[in-house]
Design a protein around this ligand. Structure first.
Ligand code: SAM
Length: 224
């Protein structure tokens, strides 16, 4: 299963298409709200081809980025042209979203997780990922997350919920996806000390034979 998913994200055509994209519009809007941030350390979780990493570096953020796909990591490194090779290797590397043990707790002022959480292969992996995201965020730190929701159709395929699971749906080209509704996201994040700072929205977009239903959320880690 893991191999199928890794294969999907290593596909050269897919890697190239992600590498050519512009920065995510939700991120562009967010970073203009400087009053939300107490510092400029950011983690790009599942950085893909580096569109958002490049934008953040250009905006003066101190970036770390990880992705499971070595090809995606290489593209992200290549996009940060202003950095030396050694800095790129130290800051941008292959790693799974559910194990951030390479960094201490409460380090980042912003974590972005765009299109990555739904890739969890199990509910255990998903919950561990959210636990890790919360651990590395500083108190008051911000999480920008966008993930597919139940009902998403990709390449004409509608996922079918796996019997006995809460959030796992099978039948997609890349295998199974972990899909939560907006209230489910809010509940899981709240259980990990992350509260919405604006209403979590579900947005639907039709592209060819896909209907992408996406949960867009902006959360802040509670200060205790
Ligand atoms: C839809 S792409 C989004 C890329 C990027 N965030 C963007 O907005 O362009 C999802 C990315 O998540 C990565 N990914 C999938 N599963 C992962 C995991 N378990 N840990 C880390 N990265 C993962 C994939 O390799 C892929 O680059």
């Amino acid at each position: 299963m893991l191999e199928k998913r890794t294969e999907f994200w290593r596909d050269p055509v897919r890697v190239q298409s992600f590498a050519e994209r512009e920065a995510d519009h939700r991120l562009v809007e967010l970073v203009s709200r400087s009053e939300l941030f107490q510092g400029k350390r950011v983690l790009d979780l599942g950085c893909g081809g580096g569109r958002n990493s490049r934008f953040l570096v250009d905006q003066g953020w101190e970036l770390w980025a990880i992705d499971l796909s070595p090809e995606m990591v290489n593209k992200t490194r290549a996009r940060i042209e202003s950095w030396s090779e050694s800095r790129r290797r130290q800051r941008i590397f292959v790693g799974p979203m559910d194990d951030l043990s390479w960094v201490k707790r409460e380090v980042f002022h912003l974590v972005i997780a765009l299109g990555v959480y739904h890739n969890a292969l199990s509910e255990i992996e998903f919950l561990q990922t959210i636990r890790e995201t919360s651990r590395v965020l500083s108190p008051g730190g911000v999480l920008l997350a966008a993930s597919f929701a139940p009902g998403t159709i990709l390449d004409g395929r509608v996922g079918e919920q796996i019997a006995g699971s809460r959030w796992l749906y099978t039948g997609y080209t890349m295998g199974s996806l972990c899909l939560l509704s907006a209230p489910e996201y809010d509940a899981v994040f709240a259980a990990h000390g992350l509260e919405p700072i604006q209403k979590t929205r579900t947005v639907e977009r039709q592209i060819e034979n896909s209907i992408r239903r996406t949960v867009n959320g902006l959360y802040q880690k509670k200060v205790v």
